[in-house]
Write a protein that binds this ligand. Structure first.
Ligand SMILES: [Zn+2]
Ligand SMILES: [Zn+2]
Length: 248
């Protein structure tokens, strides 16, 4: 299984970090976790075409995590994708309403020839090709989910945007790779997000083996984010960068 960072940034436009998006690849599944604006371009830069996507999992409905859903559905409207395999989009309840409203505004998002499954998730899990996927509600919005992907005993976990909660520890339990919100530096915490020190504390409680900090607001510039995380976490910490590729 491989994880590629498609966007390590946020809603605030900066030159080198696109908003949130991650690619999870196993031998039989190609999955997006979030698709903030620009994700499809980064996906192309990672060498993956949209015809290869099996599924999208959205952590929540903030636009920096899902705006490229419209761009994806519009691109797939092209006749060359008419007989593609089904595409499944997963998110908390509210997904079907979101896509219905988007499609009212932009009728060209309607699938043409392929099957689009809009799956609203209650806490639980599922199998997707050779991946086992689990999710839990995470403290951020009322419709926020953290995801856990497992392939041949290796696990990659995505917090989405997250504030302090036990569910985040649970979803990241013993993860080989924990991709975690560290939106603002220690001492500048904002409601609904974590700092490196808090991300580290959750990773430590979870027993995660490797922590990848991500979702950096510009306030993070010039701060020792790795040092802040290392004060609460004893494992390996890295800073996400766009197009970084990791093997959990
Ligand atoms: Zn958010
Ligand atoms: Zn966000």
């Amino acid at each position: 299984m491989h994880v590629t960072v498609l966007g390590s940034g946020t809603a605030v436009p900066v030159a080198d970090r696109f908003p949130a998006g991650y690619l999870v690849q196993s031998p039989r599944a190609t999955v997006l976790v979030d698709c903030g604006p620009g994700t499809l371009r980064r996906l192309a830069q990672a060498g993956v075409g949209i015809e290869q996507l099996d599924a999208v999992f959205l952590t929540h409905f903030h636009t920096d995590h899902c705006a490229d859903l419209a761009a994806l559905l519009f691109a797939l409207h092209g006749p060359q994708y008419a007989d593609r395999r089904p595409l499944a989009i997963h998110a908390a309840p509210g997904l079907q309403r979101l896509v219905r409203l988007l499609t009212e505004a932009w009728p060209w998002l309607t699938p043409r020839g392929y099957r689009l499954d809009l799956v609203e998730l209650e806490p639980g899990g599922m199998g997707l090709e050779d991946l086992a996927v689990r999710w839990l509600p995470i403290r951020h919005t009322a419709q926020s989910l953290g995801y856990r992907f497992e392939h041949e005993g290796r696990t990659a976990v995505f917090s989405g945007d997250a504030d302090e909660c036990d569910e985040l520890v649970e979803v990241a339990r013993d993860a080989d790779l924990f991709v975690c919100d560290a939106a603002f530096p220690d001492g500048q915490k904002v409601e609904g997000h974590l700092t490196p020190g808090l991300a580290g504390a959750h990773a430590q409680r979870a027993g995660a083996r490797r922590l990848l900090l991500t979702h950096f607001y510009p306030q993070c510039e010039g701060h020792d984010l790795l040092g802040e995380a290392a004060r609460t976490y004893g494992g390996a910490v890295e800073l996400a960068a766009d197009l970084m590729r990791l093997t959990p």
